[in-house]
Write a protein that binds this ligand. Structure first.
Ligand code: ARG
Length: 461
């Protein structure tokens, strides 16, 4: 029933259900400020190149700025009839400044416009997510600094393997998020290229200056090919991929926190501020935060998959399929920020490591067996021989219900004459950790250096 926004070739209006189906205003309103900024640059360029007069340029820029204010004050809430954010702004501009508003879309298409908006949006969001990553890294470092000498069982195959410094364990996540931070920086380079001026697909007949708009909008470069410029969504896929990687890392940490909080591990206690109860079981305290993060990981992966599938069969250049990029991107941004924030709070104040329980945990297993083999190997026994000897000791100890530290010196010496009284020190959990002083290892000296390096890394931007 509404008169169509587009050209006079349309005689009848859209079926109301189709209008709703087609419209993106309900979600692309998120882009409004970027759309306004992009349009202001375009208007300035039109004036700069003489395509419109300087006064007209001025009127457009000021009018657009007023729409920004209206929007911020909640006075501009375009409805479904506007179709999308681009039409909404253009329509409002014409209402405000009159006929000159109709000049704004000279030498431009919604295709290069929406591409510009999406890039401006992602550019901003990438920087914000990097800030959230820094907060997350900072709290990891803070806990690491306090726990260099706190020991925690280390696992492979979720079987006790070798004890670790808790700081070393947390620094592993620091390193993952450092790569996430760098990866976003790499994505940024390919987000920060301007498609503005590519037109609908083929460029324009007007003497525009694409470099001028690009520099006004602080783009590093412009697309060299107009078809590519309007239809490229590689940058979005790359962003979704980098976001997915962040979620992989958060989800792995979440899984560990969930395990650690269980009665089976008892490595951490969840504080009331970050845990929830059960509606029926009065004793329950559930790790909802890491569970939700682990769960939300699925939807971010889904958005990446959706974007890949949207793109795979698209002929050049713009197709309406591309309108489907937005909700996934917006939801990813929102989800990643929320998860980083929640995990940062959880680590900062929602979680307490049970140091006594951890200290006990590292003494109750055979995770010092490698050190017995290393002890012999350091005294000239070929490692594989030492390994086999210790395997037998482990077997007989398990049968006897003993741990390695329970063996008497005579028993050690019957196994091999190279054993001396210092074997007990060598297999104490503290020494087992301290001794792994190879670069990047869990030895306390290494961990202290790693913390210093990590601090430097996040300071130097
Ligand atoms: N709302 C559209 C989108 O998000 C804007 C571009 C529309 N272009 C077009 N030729 N229909 O992709």
């Amino acid at each position: 029933t509404e008169k169509p926004t587009w050209s006079q070739r349309f005689e009848t209006s859209l079926h109301p259900a189709i209008a709703r189906f087609n419209a993106s205003i309900s979600f692309d309103i998120e882009l409004i400020e970027y759309d306004i900024t992009g349009s202001q640059a375009h208007a300035q360029m039109l004036a700069h190149t003489g395509i419109i007069s300087p006064e007209e340029g001025e009127q457009l820029v000021t009018g657009l700025e007023k729409i920004r204010q209206e929007y911020r004050q909640g006075q501009f809430q375009p409805g479904i009839d506007a179709e999308d954010v681009h039409f909404a702004v253009e329509k409002r501009l014409t209402e405000m400044v009159g006929d000159v508003g109709k000049k704004l879309h000279t030498a431009r298409s919604r295709n290069d416009q929406v591409g510009t908006d999406t890039r401006l949006y992602l550019r901003d969001q990438i920087q914000q997510i990097r800030q959230y990553l820094r907060e997350f890294q900072t709290v990891l470092l803070e806990i690491a600094e306090k726990n260099v000498e706190t020991l925690i069982p280390g696992y492979t195959h979720l079987q006790r393997a070798q004890p670790l410094s808790l700081a070393h364990h947390l620094l592993a996540y620091f390193q993952m998020s450092q790569r996430d931070w760098e990866r976003l920086g790499d994505v940024y380079k390919r987000v920060n290229i301007s498609p503005l001026g590519c037109g609908a697909l083929a460029g324009t007949t007007f003497p525009i200056d694409r470099h001028y708009t690009a520099s006004l909008l602080h783009f590093d470069n412009i697309y060299a090919n107009s078809l590519d410029g309007v239809s490229d969504r590689d940058f979005a896929i790359e962003f979704l991929c980098a976001a997915s990687m962040i979620m992989v890392h958060l989800s792995r940490l979440s899984e560990e926190v969930i395990l650690w909080a269980s009665e089976e591990f008892r490595f951490v206690t969840l504080k009331d501020s970050c845990a929830t109860g059960s509606s029926i079981m009065p004793q329950k305290k559930n790790p909802d935060v890491p569970e939700l993060v682990r769960g939300k990981t699925g939807r971010v992966f889904g958005h990446l998959q959706a974007m890949l599938v949207i793109m795979k069969g698209l002929p050049l250049a713009y197709n309406k399929d591309l309108q489907e990029d937005k909700e996934g991107i917006f939801d990813t941004v929102k989800t990643v920020k929320a998860c980083l924030e929640a995990m940062t709070i959880l680590l900062r104040e929602g979680l307490e490591f049970r140091n006594q329980r951890l200290a006990q945990a590292v003494t109750e297993d055979f995770s010092n067996a490698t050190d017995v083999a290393d002890y012999l190997a350091a005294r000239g026994v070929p490692f594989r021989e030492a390994y086999n000897l210790v395997g037998k000791v482990v077997k007989t100890s398990i049968a006897a219900g003993k741990l390695l530290k329970d063996l008497k010196l005579e028993e050690w010496q019957q196994i091999h004459p190279a054993f001396a009284a210092d074997i007990y020190e060598a297999i104490s959990p503290r020494q087992v950790v301290a001794a792994r002083n190879s670069y990047g290892g869990t030895g306390f000296a290494q961990v202290k250096q790693a913390i210093v390096a990590a601090r430097t890394q996040i300071r130097a931007e």
